[in-house]
Design a protein around this ligand. Structure first.
Ligand code: SF4
Length: 324
């Protein structure tokens, strides 16, 4: 029997290059080795309560991008978190074995409190417990993560160990599978590529939109004039060359350092590489977008298949706890 992978992502709508290189590309590869469960975690999106009016649209756009990128619903289970309500039941159960002190020390919780002190809700504190429920409800052994998510997974493992210690071996302790490209720098050159920071390039952009977007990117701040030698290692466009133009990467670095290459031409070349690489994705996306019912059918079928596993896990958990 194949090991099972679980991964979830908030419904952020149209996906960007950071999502693609950091996660989706890896999701597609994993399908051949593992039994994969991919979840659009809409309940997690409620912790900040913004954008709920856009939720259904965002779920649809995200599912469209995942499918166009190569997630195959015949190989993998792809569904929406709230369509399998057993996750809320397991969340309540696991919250009983999770000390509050473990949750209050989570660095992302502390950050969120600082960012939004007016909305420190119960769901925000319990976010890692819901994440643990997502993983364990489907008895996943492996979770693909970036470096920044490692502490969350470690906490999930601690919660599982505590449950199993109390009630007997029931839930598997999930292991991290580091992604090949855990962090893609955004066009601001400072932070991880992210929609909320508006430093991203959407996969579904047109070729013209992509070029326009790439031209807005910062480059090496030391290059004030065309003749100034560059430092490619600090430039987000150079970072993208690593993914989209690897054979030319050394040449790009060398000609940047000697100022033979100008930033405008370098950006135009980068946009052309991105457009070329995304051409099959964009064609497939346009085909899928023309049949919206297909996306709903995939998500409904995914929820049915996920429910079969979820019901079995909940039954075992309840039996172990004396609830059945
Ligand atoms: Fe970046 Fe290219 Fe400009 Fe060098 S030439 S700073 S790699 S955009």
């Amino acid at each position: 029997m194949k090991s099972r992978v679980f991964s979830g992502a908030r419904p952020t709508g149209r996906q960007h290059l950071g999502n693609y290189l950091g996660a989706i590309q890896n999701y597609v590869k994993l399908q051949d080795q593992y039994d994969c469960v991919y979840c659009i975690v809409d309940i997690h999106a409620l912790t900040t309560l913004d954008n709920t009016r856009e939720l259904q649209k965002n779920i649809h756009e995200m599912a469209l991008d995942w499918l166009a990128a190569g997630i195959d619903p015949k190989k993998s289970i792809m569904f929406v978190q709230s369509h399998v309500p057993e996750v809320c039941e397991l969340h309540t159960i696991l919250s009983m074995v999770t000390p509050l002190s473990w949750l209050l020390r989570v660095p992302t919780f502390k950050e969120k409190v600082k960012q939004n002190p007016g909305n420190v809700n119960y769901g925000l504190v319990g976010y890692p417990v819901l994440m643990t429920s997502d993983i364990t409800l489907y008895k996943a052994d492996v979770v693909p993560v970036g470096e920044d998510q490692l502490p969350h997974l470690e906490l999930a493992r601690e919660i599982v160990r505590r449950f199993n210690d109390h009630f007997g071996e029931t839930l598997p302790e999930p292991k991290a599978q580091m992604t090949a490209f855990p962090m893609v720098v955004g066009l601001d050159g400072k932070s991880k590529m992210s929609k909320s920071l508006n430093n991203h390039i959407e996969l579904a952009m047109t070729e013209e939109e992509t070029l326009k977007r790439v031209m807005t990117s910062v480059t090496d701040p030391a290059r004030q004039f065309r003749k100034d030698p560059g430092h490619p290692e600090v430039c987000p466009i150079y970072a993208l060359h690593k993914y989209f133009n690897p054979l030319q990467q050394e040449n790009v670095a060398a000609t940047c350092r000697t100022a033979e290459r100008g930033c405008v031409d370098c950006k135009k070349a980068m946009a052309a590489e991105i457009n070329e690489a995304l051409k099959p994705f964009r064609e497939r996306r346009a085909e899928l977008a023309a049949k919206p019912k297909y996306i709903d059918d995939v998500l409904n079928d995914g929820a049915v298949r996920a429910s079969v596993i979820a019901r079995q896990t909940i039954k075992e958990v309840k039996q172990k706890m004396g609830l059945l």
